[in-house]
Design a protein around this ligand. Structure first.
Ligand SMILES: CC(=O)N[C@H]1[C@@H](OP(=O)(O)OP(=O)(O)OC[C@H]2O[C@@H](n3ccc(=O)[nH]c3=O)[C@H](O)[C@@H]2O)O[C@H](CO)[C@@H](O)[C@@H]1O
Ligand SMILES: C=C(OP(=O)(O)O)C(=O)O
Length: 432
């Protein structure tokens, strides 16, 4: 077992480059299954455990998928007949495995995918994905831990209204519609930049998608799609996490390869707190000096404040002066990190879907466990300003979404290392 050890009190300074977006690369790689001819070359693929998981999923479905971490590139050839079933071992590791369902169904007329369960952030049903497939003529069967979808011939274009602008449902339906007979219209679609990236890739493959990034997406189905070269957009959540790292340490950091137009809510809320953010030719420059002002935030679908930045922002809000309220509206249970922050002496109270903070809390180093991917980052951020030493465990969550996180923070001046539990005991003179 590994842990990250952070000694608080160092201001971050320098430059850091963000990777390709995890939440864009996973749907794009799943959609690579749509190409019945040619190879796809996907660039800026981050070296994350989720990328290796989706590579395994693609291979298990009879596609050739080869990731080269050194060039951050994956080559996918899905021209052979595809298998129809995605196993639980993959879906359990990574819920985004469900995104192969739309492409498989469109290509094969059949898909069987292990039913994703709930996870630490909520129950996460897939009813909206299935409603879309049904509207396109698929018959859905759920049983024995699997969900099956089947069509007689090709899927038919349909008008689909989503009850909630679900990111995954929009991606799955959009991918399926790309090879359907006729026109599909997705209403109340998710508008996240990752949806636009997926639509661009499908169009590069010969698809006909318009309106991605708005709440109505129109997809004209085509008979066949071919492989294409595509570069993944930068990760706005990784960029945001480093913006918070700069702010929480009263640092001065330039974030290279960030796209401020994808982060308007975050930039605006950081500005309200008193953080200075400037676009420069080199990247987004973030500077802060205390005291920071408390603010209120509500997470919302894009372009609202992203739930994937909620826990990192909570770390920052804990250190601001006054009362702050953070309300989570996207997932019903995304406050597992609050108990861990309390172990670090945070003055924080949960009331329903909101968290109240009376700041500034004098954060103290403690041993804490990551409860999900963003919580892992948030606890490390809190450790950067806590008195003394913070040890963060359960790093498998961190590795799903951040490449070289501790090395990047160390390069900016943080006192941080990643060690195995045995190494850390040896250092302290305890038996390993
Ligand atoms: C791999 C990936 O891109 N993950 C992101 C994606 O997850 P994901 O695609 O799972 O998120 P959704 O937008 O689908 O989920 C948002 C909400 O809708 C609910 N829901 C969703 C689908 C459905 O059929 N029925 C239903 O009720 C979910 O339970 C949740 O409460 O968007 C989330 C919301 O921005 C982000 O936090 C995740 O990082
Ligand atoms: C919740 C997240 O991812 P996933 O949907 O892959 O669990 C995330 O990226 O914060």
């Amino acid at each position: 077992m590994e842990q990250i050890i952070v000694k608080g009190g160092h201001k971050l300074k320098g430059k850091v480059r963000v990777e390709g977006a995890k939440n864009a690369v996973l749907p794009v790689l799943a959609a690579a299954l749509l190409a019945s001819t040619g190879k796809s070359i996907i660039r800026e693929v981050p070296n994350l455990s989720d990328v290796y998981t989706i590579q395994e999923v693609l291979r298990s479905l009879n596609a050739d998928a080869l990731y080269t971490a050194e060039n951050t590139e994956m080559v996918i050839d899905a021209s052979e007949t595809l298998a129809g079933e995605a196993q639980f071992e993959y879906v359990r590791k990574m819920r985004a495995s469900i995104l192969v369902m739309g492409p498989l169904l469109a290509r094969n007329g059949f898909a069987r995918v292990a039913m994703p369960g709930g996870c630490a952030i909520g129950s996460r049903p897939i009813d909206q994905h299935l409603k879309g497939f049904e509207a396109m003529g698929a018959v859905i069967k759920v049983g024995n831990g699997f969900v099956e979808a089947k069509t007689n011939g090709r899927l038919r274009g349909a008008k689909i209204y989503l009850d909630f602008p679900s990111v995954g449902a929009t991606e799955n339906i959009l991918s399926a519609a790309a090879l359907a007979d006729g026109v599909s219209v997705i209403e109340n679609a998710a508008k996240e930049p990752e949806i636009v990236d997926l639509a661009n890739y499908i169009n590069e493959m010969g698809g006909k998608v318009i309106g991605a990034g708005t709440d109505t997406i129109r997809v004209e189905g085509v008979r066949e799609l071919h492989g294409a070269v595509h570069t993944i957009i930068p990760d706005r959540v990784e960029a945001g996490t480093f913006m918070v790292a700069a702010a929480i340490t009263e640092g001065d950091v330039i974030i290279e390869n960030a796209m401020p137009e994808h982060m308007t809510a975050l930039i605006s809320k950081l500005g309200e707190m008193g953080v200075d953010i400037k676009e420069t030719p080199e990247g987004v420059r973030v500077r802060a000096t205390r005291p920071l002002r408390s603010i209120d935030i509500k997470t919302m679908p894009h372009p609202g404040f992203p739930t994937d930045m909620q826990s990192q922002m909570m770390a920052l809000m804990l250190t601001a002066k006054g009362t702050g309220i953070l309300t989570e509206t996207v997932f019903e249970n995304r406050f597992m990190h609050v108990e861990e922050f309390r172990r670090m002496n945070a003055n924080v109270k949960i009331e329903g879907r909101s968290v109240m903070m009376q700041g500034p809390s004098t954060l103290q180093g403690a041993e804490v466990a990551a409860t999900d991917l963003r919580a892992a980052a948030a606890l490390i951020l809190a450790g950067l300003v806590a008195d003394g030493i913070t040890r963060v465990t359960e790093l498998q969550h961190l590795d799903r979404g951040y490449v070289n996180f501790h090395q990047k923070l160390a390069a900016l001046g943080a006192d941080i290392e990643r060690v195995s539990l045995e190494e850390s005991k040896e250092k302290e003179g305890q038996p390993a």
